[in-house]
Design a binder for this molecule. Structure first.
Ligand SMILES: [Mg+2]
Length: 186
């Protein structure tokens, strides 16, 4: 299935990138901004955090030259609760291992519990990973264990995805256009 014309994946976290949290009171004295969407007549619905999702992310994410994949603890709920607010179709969802199955050595080494499953899921295909919990340990592990190209892009959770993040993603994804992954080239 993997081919040189295949677009990179974009693994998208929700809490932090799409639902900002933890801003200092002086940053937002009245709390994080909230948004109503016509698709959600009940407003925030059962989870008030959903109101923090800016619907403008939908078209901006869709415009990126990549295939979006949910990479979040929301799992299937991302398609139920979040995709409709953004005007996105249902997307593939990464299923995580049970906490008891997370590699203990990885934990001791400081590797994020998502890192190994994402590399497995990508299976050599180039990907961007957008998350607020990425560290250099994950970057090092992925560059050693993933056959394709990868951009690990950390988002400041107090602000969420912003212009600079989209610019960085766009730039990297456009350099990937027509670039076979090292897996394909091998
Ligand atoms: Mg997060």
């Amino acid at each position: 299935m993997t081919g040189p014309t295949q677009r990179p994946l974009l693994f998208l976290d929700v809490d932090g990138p799409l639902i900002p949290f933890g801003a200092a009171p002086e940053q937002y004295p009245n709390g994080h901004p909230t948004y109503q969407t016509p698709r959600d007549p009940r407003g925030a619905g059962s989870n008030p955090l959903l109101a923090r999702i800016n619907p403008a992310h939908g078209p901006r994410l869709t415009a990126l030259p990549c295939d979006l994949v949910w990479a979040t603890t929301w799992m299937d709920d991302a398609n139920e609760c979040i995709a409709p607010r953004l005007g996105l179709p249902r997307l593939p969802v990464v299923i995580w291992p049970q906490p008891s199955d997370v590699d203990e050595q990885d934990e001791r080494d400081g590797i994020h519990w998502k890192t190994r499953p994402l590399v497995d899921w990508a299976s050599g295909r180039s990907f961007a990973w957008v998350d607020d919990e990425i560290t250099d340990i994950d970057r090092a592990w992925i560059s050693a264990h993933h056959r394709g190209h990868a951009l690990l892009h950390r988002v400041d959770p107090s602000r969420g995805l912003g212009d600079a993040d989209y610019a960085a993603l766009n730039e990297w994804l456009h350099t990937m256009r027509g670039t076979p992954s090292s897996h394909d080239a091998a």
